[in-house]
Design a protein around this ligand. Structure first.
Ligand SMILES: [Zn+2]
Ligand SMILES: [Zn+2]
Length: 428
């Protein structure tokens, strides 16, 4: 067990010593050991994050989620950005972009922007409050498990930081076009992004789901959960004995009611199918224009790449590179990485287990950033509708591109990194 110390003051142990935990990325069992305050434990085999110890985690997470909740309300009710051009002023709220996309017949893209930028962050934050507030008062709220599961499911789809980058890019792009006046909501949004991140970082999951010793621990750590006949619950990290599973290997966690399975069901076939879908969608996403900037009645449609070229020609190197990497390079690399990981598993490869797990971790983490161009299009479409002077119209390419990003995120979700390590046992 490796413990990383990030605070100098204490080596106090966590309150949760004892019990077993299985690594979510390689299934290796670890006995839970004291971790210094603010420190975290990583998997000895693959390096994945296992657990952390945050003193007063309940108080901190509750306070930060309360603050995030208020900031989220502020970010949505006050003017977000105003644009001034030749005496005309456009005032916009955060949801304007999504609404404008819907009005222009691109409701799917508008919906994605609304869900990932507004609704999912809202549900995640209120869900955490629903759990943490009663727990602070000393009791467990009704249906803690499904709410917690919802929060966990929505977390990768709440893209506040990516939306923030999209907003910044949109503002820089519009600088030459008009005067930009930031509103109260924009400031609230910036603080929200920081506070929401801190709220996540300060939640010690053991507070909600204390670790337990499984019914039949055997010799504890030193093997995988599967080898010890245990199944890891992905929601509450409880280790359930496989006798609780039915003939098809499915079951329900006795503590939180989540679905149990030794490995993700049909992981390889589902991931292949999603990769193939993404590859097909990637073509129209790059062939069709993502937006058209119409200035003084003139304008030509831009694809992702021609948009990047325009930015670079216009001297906006940094922006051009950000969009190029996020929209063009990242999706391709993600698809190549997942293809590589799948082929290696199917070949029962024993090559660099740890590095392949790391590759998966990176692939999963960077996926959301590809959404940035979609946000830029939504914000620009929402902001720039100054009639004859200037309009920005989203193109059908944006819908295909959004579908690519979503499909690749689902592909990474359906991939089970424990399959990489399952070969290590066979080759022993
Ligand atoms: Zn591991
Ligand atoms: Zn559970």
């Amino acid at each position: 067990m490796k413990s990383k110390e990030s605070k100098k003051d204490s080596s106090r142990s966590g309150p949760n010593e004892g019990g077993l935990i299985a690594c979510h990325e390689c299934d290796f069992l670890h006995s839970i050991q004291p971790v210094p305050a603010g420190g975290k434990a990583l998997c000895i085999r693959c390096g994945a994050f296992l657990y952390k110890y945050i003193p007063n985690s309940l108080d901190r997470a509750l306070a930060l989620n309360l603050a995030a909740f208020m900031l989220l309300i502020m970010a949505n009710v006050f003017p977000f950005i105003s644009m001034k051009l030749s005496g005309r002023v456009e005032v916009n709220v955060l949801a304007s972009g999504a609404l404008e996309l819907y009005r222009l017949g691109m409701g799917e893209v508008g919906l994605v922007v609304f869900l990932t930028g507004i609704l999912f962050p809202f549900l995640s934050i209120t869900g955490m409050l629903y759990i943490l507030l009663p727990m602070k008062l000393g009791y467990r709220p009704w249906r803690t498990a499904p709410v917690y599961r919802m929060v966990k499911t929505l977390t990768p789809w709440s893209m506040l930081a990516v939306l923030m980058l999209g907003i910044l890019i949109a503002i820089v792009k519009l600088r030459d076009l008009a005067t930009i006046i930031p509103g109260i909501s924009l400031y609230a949004f910036v603080v929200l992004m920081v506070v929401a991140t801190a709220a996540n970082a300060n939640l010690d999951a053991f507070v909600i789901w204390p670790p337990r010793e499984p019914e039949t621990a055997g010799n504890g750590s030193g093997a995988t959960a599967m080898e010890r006949g245990l199944v890891n619950c992905h929601t509450c990290a409880l280790l359930v004995h496989e006798t609780n599973l039915d003939d098809h290997g499915h079951g329900v966690c006795p503590r939180c009611g989540s679905a149990l399975h030794r490995r993700k069901t049909n992981s390889i076939a589902r991931t292949w199918a999603l990769i193939a879908t993404a590859v097909i969608l990637y073509i129209p996403a790059n062939v069709y224009p993502v937006m058209t900037v119409i200035q003084f009645g003139r304008g030509e449609p831009n694809t992702i790449i021609s948009g990047v070229i325009h930015l670079i020609e216009g001297g906006m190197w940094v922006l051009g590179m950000i969009i190029f990497i996020a929209s063009f390079v990242v999706p391709i690399l993600k698809l190549i990485a997942l293809t590589f990981l799948l082929i290696m598993i199917q070949k029962k490869s024993s090559w660099r287990f740890r590095d392949r797990t790391f590759l998966f971790r990176v692939t999963e983490a960077v996926g959301a950033w590809s959404m940035v161009d979609i946000y830029v299009v939504a914000i620009l479409a929402g902001l720039v509708k100054l009639g004859a002077l200037s309009t920005i119209r989203p193109g059908i390419g944006a819908a295909f591109f959004g579908a690519v990003v979503i499909t690749t995120i689902f592909a990474a979700h359906s991939f089970d990194p424990r399959l990489i390590w399952d070969n290590i046992e066979r080759s022993k």
